[in-house]
Write a protein that binds this ligand. Structure first.
Ligand SMILES: Nc1ncnc2c1ncn2[C@@H]1O[C@H](COP(=O)(O)OP(=O)(O)O)[C@@H](O)[C@H]1O
Ligand SMILES: [Mg+2]
Length: 554
């Protein structure tokens, strides 16, 4: 009954979620259980044979002793084979479960709302994907299977030891109520300790990720040493926490071991007494001590289950909160309508929006954007220009009002319709760490080499790329480090055009361009606007002059 206080309804749900991953691998799992049962049986026969051999030696009956020795050898060979098989099965099951859980987690991460990414550091995702998933798999393939086996073995062994000698069995059983109470206390403590460990682990991964992304900043601002010191500090805290848990774990184990040793001592004394009085044979005493040792180990395993679960629940929470989109892990939501939109008229109608539900960036914002036109959004830094784009892309949801595309509410369109409607060159450009050609194929799998060259020619990048040693097979380095700011923006524009969507959004793409490139862009957008809806955020006077519609943010 006491266990109810420690494991809540929510915890039970987490454990149920965990075992869902086992369903797919039923046969695999049953094979492990089957090999375990054979091991149990072999384990039960062996002490009897050992006892028999010792008894034969003590009675000096050497004739049939060889028979028992060969039998023991044979059983041990089978046992070794099954042990290896079982361990192989466990490892493969473990890997399969890890694969499945990681797939589910990664898929959930991809579908999280942008609001989550604003709050949660990337390191925290990595920490969950790496650390916590291993713990989940371990619960199933290690803890759960071992506990199940322990339960089966305890049931069999309890009958056997009771049959051999009732009084000795009672001595064995005395230790367990004490162990049980201890384990409950240890379990609660372990859960708390693991919770704080996970938090520090998140900080650790976040710190590394942030530092490596900002490596240029660290070098040029001469903060290498400070950065290293901070890393060292976090590592030390992490280490201390790990050591604390290990210390506590070992302390708990030590206490239980001491209880067990004392118990064995009493058992041996009493066993000897029974043998001297002729109430017990040597064979059965040898078998009994061996059984009772296994019995104690198994029963302790079962009692430890609570501690193990408590310890692992922290990880299970961290996994399933994410997979099931529980509080703080909201996922993106789209409407049901699938529309293939060719010409798009956009209306922002009384739109209110806030990133944090406190300060409103847009207060009753209204504007109309006609299809096949060149629109510019102008306004001071921080006035909400990029925010409008974020809302149109449905990266964030408006607080109230409406965004209408051809009089259909944006909220009613499904993900595919929106993504096929709009392409964008973001203010902060991101291009994948792949070759130039692969980057084009990634966003439009049907594009051929001629089309890629045509697009790059269009943005006046083809000559540059053709002159590279690897041409279109040049790998874009991380953070686009092998491209200049202007080249980056022009390649991003070519990639954006490769998607051929009715709406094209360009967020301050002329900011790093020289005059010559600006003229090129001007020509491109002018031409594009004959066929598509172009929305540009820009401070460039020339572009503003040629536009059909100016939206001013204040
Ligand atoms: N992800 C975000 N979370 C919270 N606040 C944000 C976020 N993005 C932008 N903001 C805030 O919203 C305001 C408008 O930003 P933005 O639309 O990017 O301005 P700009 O007009 O320069 O493009 C700014 O005050 C900015 O700090
Ligand atoms: Mg902006």
């Amino acid at each position: 009954m006491r266990i109810k206080n420690v494991i809540s309804k929510r915890d039970v749900k987490l454990i149920k979620n965990t075992f869902k991953y086992l369903k797919k691998f039923k046969i695999h799992f049953l094979s492990i259980i089957f090999s375990m049962i054979i091991m149990i049986l072999l384990g039960i026969i062996q002490p009897l044979i050992a006892g028999k051999i010792i008894e034969k030696v003590s009675l000096q009956q050497f004739n049939d002793i060889y028979y028992f020795l060969i039998l023991a050898l044979f059983i041990q060979i089978i046992e070794s084979f099954i042990t290896s098989l079982k361990s192989y099965l466990e490892i493969t099951l473990n890997n399969k479960i890890i694969l499945d859980v990681k797939n589910d987690m990664y898929n959930s991460i991809l579908n999280l709302s942008m609001k989550v990414f604003d709050k949660v550091g990337i390191g925290e995702f990595i920490s969950r994907l790496q650390g916590d998933v291993n713990i989940l798999a371990n619960i199933i393939t290690n803890e759960f299977i071992n506990t199940l086996i322990s339960i089966i073995r305890v049931l069999i062994l309890s009958i056997i030891i009771l049959k051999i000698n009732l009084k000795l069995s009672i001595i064995i059983l005395i230790q367990f109520p004490i162990n049980y109470i201890l384990m409950l206390r240890f379990g609660k403590e372990l859960r708390e300790k693991n919770k704080s460990l996970s938090k520090i682990q998140d900080i650790y991964f976040n710190f590394i990720q942030q530092s490596l992304l900002g490596i240029k900043y660290i070098k040029t601002n001469n903060i290498k040493y400070k950065n290293f010191k901070k890393f060292n500090n976090i590592s030390l805290i992490l280490n201390q926490d790990k050591n604390k848990i290990s210390k506590f774990h070992n302390f708990a184990y030590f206490i239980i071991k001491i209880i067990n040793i004392s118990n064995n001592f009493i058992l041996n004394i009493f066993g000897l007494y029974l043998i001297i009085r002729g109430n017990l044979t040597i064979q059965y005493f040898v078998a009994f001590t061996s059984y009772s040792k296994q019995f104690s180990e198994d029963l302790n395993n079962i009692l430890q289950l609570n501690a193990t679960i408590q310890k692992s629940l922290v990880s299970l929470e961290r996994i399933f909160d994410l997979i099931n989109n529980n509080e703080n892990w909201e996922c993106e939501k789209f409407g049901p309508k699938n529309k293939k939109i060719k010409k798009a008229n956009i209306i922002f109608q009384n739109v209110y929006f806030s990133y944090d539900n406190k300060t409103y960036i847009l207060n009753d914002f209204n504007c109309k954007i006609k299809s096949k036109s060149l629109n510019v959004i102008v306004g001071k830094n921080g006035s909400g220009k990029t925010t409008i784009i974020n809302l149109l892309l449905k990266l964030y949801n408006i607080s109230s009002g409406n965004i209408l595309i051809n009089n259909i509410k944006l909220n009613e369109l499904n993900e595919k319709s929106i993504r096929n409607l709009i392409s964008v060159v973001h203010q902060q450009i991101y291009i994948f760490n792949l070759t130039i050609r692969e980057n084009f194929k990634l966003i439009n799998k049907n594009i051929n080499d001629d089309e890629i060259i045509e697009l790059c020619n269009y943005v006046k990048l083809n000559d540059y790329i053709q002159n590279l040693k690897e041409g279109y097979d040049t790998v874009i380095k991380e953070n686009c480090n092998n491209l200049s700011g202007g080249q980056r923006q022009r390649l991003a524009l070519a990639l954006c055009l490769a998607r051929n969507t009715p709406i094209i959004i360009l967020d301050e793409i002329t900011s790093s361009l020289d005059d010559e490139s600006k003229i090129i862009i001007k020509k491109i957008v002018k031409k594009l606007s004959l066929d598509k809806t172009i929305i540009m955020i820009t401070h460039d006077k020339d572009l503003i002059n040629i536009s059909n519609n100016i939206i001013t943010m204040n």
